[in-house]
Design a protein around this ligand. Sequence first.
Ligand SMILES: *Cc1c(COP(=O)(O)O)cnc(C)c1O
Length: 394
Amino acid sequence: MPHPPTKDALLTDCRDSLNRLRADGQFRQCLPLTNGNEAIALLEGQPVVNFSSNNYLGLATDPRLKEAALQAIEQHGVGSSGSRLMVGSMPQTRDLEAAIAGWQGTESALFCNTGYQGNVAVLQALLNKTDWVFADRLNHASLMDGVRLAGAKLQRYRHLDLQDLADRLEKAPATVRKWVITESLFSMDGDIPDLPALVNLAESCNATVVVDEAHAVGYFGAHGAGLCAHTGVSDRVLVKLGTFSKALGGAGGYVAAPRVITETVINHARGFIFSTAMPPALPAAALAALAVIQTDPHPAEQLWENIRQARALLSDAPQGAGIQSPIIPIPIGDSGAALRISGELQQAGFLVRAIRPPTVPTGTARLRLSLMATHTPAQIRDVIRAIAYCQQRC
Ligand SMILES: *Cc1c(COP(=O)(O)O)cnc(C)c1O
């Protein structure tokens, strides 16, 4: 009889697995970072120009959002003391959900604790085991996890490849429910699907479209409503998902959809039912963020100005022409090289993350430059020069 595994054996297994990651240049850790919302952050106490934040519009430190959050804390305290179904919806959350529905042009909206949790919850609640789901191969982990949790049949089509999607849709039995799930702006490369063509295709195959706008809301489309609005397909996308944690400067996910959908989530989504509601400061800040993006065009204009500048500076580089968002990938390939360049940039005073497998496919490691409205022209010019210099050396 083999011995039952001991606790020591378990720890050894963990250690071995981490050592394999180290050997492959894939070991990750959370570095001590201060002021990570700002253009200048402190990494291990050293100032670095921060090109790794999703705070695209600079709203995370906006006085209007801070004031709204502080007021909510003064009025209602810090915690929320129970799940939404147990303790109800606070006024901030009710106002926010009405505002999200108005902004997204949907009948209803539901605020969730995080984008990740919301995505998993929504998909788990809506999908049946017999459904076929067609998902872009590079969709966010939360979208994949939701489909898996629901036990639906998952078909991953090639990234942005509508021909591959069409071929797969065609092969699905006519009688099954079909869903097409995509991000509107992909978080690692800042690239964008052809949404009108995707929606046309889905409709022609009787498939329902779900779009995750996590990285696109705040600065695309009228009032920053995102790429569905910007490309004119908003009304034809049944479920629009998003988060307040990126350009909107706060935290919390949302689903914008017809009321039967949000009511289905409330009644069937375990991630919604069994988690304590978001504390009132966050929906209050989210509501303030929606007010800012709908009334003050300045942060979005500044962000687009910075994107134009980066695009002009990179016009000779292969990725230059493709830049259409604040997420700028610099392809490197090898994980070790990406890590070395990122390390050299850090020494030179720039925080630029290396994105490595398993976040992206093996052999496609890259640097991911994330622009903010609060970067100065000099900071953008300097980081692009520094990257070119380090790329030649590494
Ligand atoms: C960041 C992200 C999420 C998760 O949102 P959080 O609010 O950070 O949990 C979901 N989907 C996509 C596409 C994302 O980029």
